[in-house]
Design a protein around this ligand. Structure first.
Ligand code: CS2
Length: 499
């Protein structure tokens, strides 16, 4: 066994004899991007694209400062800090092999709860041209019921009262942009990398809602000096497991406390709207387009929704990983029907995209047995995901009087899931900011299934859509009486008979 080397800058030259490492001079790279949310996805995606770019020695302005925003992020912050921002990316290929490399694009790290002013100053610093975000679907503070920014959130109330020590992204961005304005500096780009339709628009709308209340005189400056490009981001990035960490040490002798694992596929389609300039990410595989809406729609309603379908049904059946769920032919047939019958008709014609190939490739990606993407991860925060991944399809189908049966079935399965047990009675690990409310409504749904649809912040006005409610109620009874698998088989047979 080779000598164990701790991953850090000092050991990098030696580590480079074992696996590919950054060959650029990291100490000469300036920070051009502040990124908030340094979880696995950012490190498998934007940071990787940027790392590849920095290998062009003429590019020295686009290092990343990784910001950990929440108390919850303390572990990743300390890990990256100890490792000088370095981490290993392990790509799990379809044939079972692994491609491993060290990524160096994160050249500094900050922990917001420890020093909020430092983060605000960094975001306001003239060399920073882009503030990018992976703050999760729930992080945008959007309420589906009111279709507006949620001022009821206690953290937002906190930020309104403590401008110098904010807790949410909105407090940070507002103070940083205010500093830029008062110092006569240029604006910047705020770039969402989250799974939200029109993620740039959403970021802008939510931020301006907050600014109107917190710093009304800043609004016009933001409109004129800050851009918010929309983007579609994609790479399946499961949570890192203890065995991934052990695998790395055993096969390379590298001691990395938090490597990132991901699938080989990656995609980033971005609107070219960067007011203060941008890295030439297109040279390393990103696509810049005029209108990203069709790509976003396709990805959210097929890939992300597909994940939720597999996750919720799979969890009730006692599966732990997505490949197990899609490996059940009844479940994969159901998913195919959902995509063909309910999603495809609402997508219309997507120029330049072959939808059949795309759907086929999703089944292959979900089925990658090496990835072991956790159903717990997929089902986490479903209350924030459902309105983005599934609801738009349902609403569009209702409008055109199309089929909503399969989505209603998944919704009913989620209501049963929210009781907290799988079909064999085993406890489910539910991670959701709305866990208590979901559980309360799930219990009420035992006698009155519609109760679950009364969570307006998730379902909006869905409880008033008779066609959906009827399909949902009968699906609920069916699941309770017969179990998911029998129901799914029946649905599959019916779909085939009707087409
Ligand atoms: C997943 C996504 O969180 C989820 O439910 O669908 O994290 C998904 O893996 C990524 O968006 C893939 O690009």
């Amino acid at each position: 066994m080779e000598k164990i080397l701790k991953l850090n800058q000092k050991n990098l030259a030696e580590i480079a004899n074992r696996i590919p490492c950054p060959t650029y001079n990291r100490s000469s790279i300036k920070t051009g991007i502040v990124h908030v949310g340094i979880g696995g996805f950012h490190r498998a995606h934007e940071a990787l694209y940027t790392d590849q770019l920095l290998h062009d020695e003429s590019i020295t302005d686009w290092g990343i400062c990784g910001v950990a925003l929440l108390n919850f992020d303390t572990k990743i912050y300390h890990t990256l800090k100890e490792q000088d921002g370095l981490y290993t990316l392990i790509v799990k290929e379809l044939d079972g092999s692994h491609t491993t490399r060290v990524i160096g694009a994160i050249v500094e790290c900050l922990y917001a709860p420890e020093n909020p002013i430092k983060v605000i100053e960094k975001m306001a610093s003239p060399e920073v041209k882009i503030i990018s975000l992976t703050i999760t679907e729930g992080g945008y503070n959007y309420n589906e019921a009111t279709k507006a920014f949620d001022f009821g959130n206690p953290l937002i109330q906190h930020d309104l009262e403590h401008a110098d020590a904010p807790k949410t992204i909105f407090g940070y961005l507002t103070q940083a942009l205010k500093l830029r304005k008062t110092r006569g500096l240029k604006g910047c780009t705020i770039q969402s990398c989250d799974n939200i339709q029109g993620n740039g628009h959403m970021t802008k709308n939510m931020l301006l809602s907050y600014v109107k209340r917190a710093e009304p005189e800043l609004k016009d400056w933001i409109e004129a000096h800050v851009s918010f490009p929309n983007a579609m981001v994609d790479r399946i990035t499961p949570a890192t497991s203890a065995s991934d960490i052990d695998y790395l040490t055993e096969t390379t002798g590298i001691d990395d406390a938090w490597p990132v694992v991901c699938e080989p596929f990656k995609q980033w389609v971005i609107e070219d709207d960067f007011i203060a300039g941008r890295p030439i990410w297109e040279t390393v595989g990103a696509q810049f387009v005029k209108d990203v809406v069709p790509y976003e729609k396709m990805k959210l309603s097929l890939l992300n929704a597909g994940h939720s379908v597999l996750g919720i049904l799979g969890a009730l059946l006692g599966y732990e990983t997505i490949d197990e769920a899609v490996g059940n032919p009844n479940i994969s047939a159901f998913l195919n029907h959902y995509m063909d019958v309910e999603v495809t008709p609402i997508l219309g014609d997507l120029e330049g995209v072959n939808l059949n190939n795309y759907k086929q490739s999703l089944l292959e990606r979900f089925g990658n047995i090496n990835i072991k993407d956790q159903i717990d991860r997929i089902c986490s925060e479903t209350s924030a995901k459902f309105p983005i991944f599934i609801l738009p399809t349902v609403n569009a189908q209702l409008e055109k009087k199309g089929s909503v049966k399969l989505a209603a079935f998944v919704t009913a399965a989620w209501a049963v899931y929210s009781l907290g047990k799988d079909e064999s009675g085993k406890e489910l690990t539910i991670k959701d900011a709305m866990k208590a409310a979901l559980n309360e409504k799930a219990n009420a749904a035992i006698d009155y299934p519609e109760a679950f649809l009364e969570i307006d912040s998730v379902f909006g006005k869905l409880k008033d859509a008779k066609v959906f409610v009827n399909a949902y109620t009968s699906a609920y009874q069916n699941i309770v009486n017969n179990g998911v698998e029998t129901c799914v088989k029946d649905i599959n047979t019916n779909v085939l008979n009707n087409h």
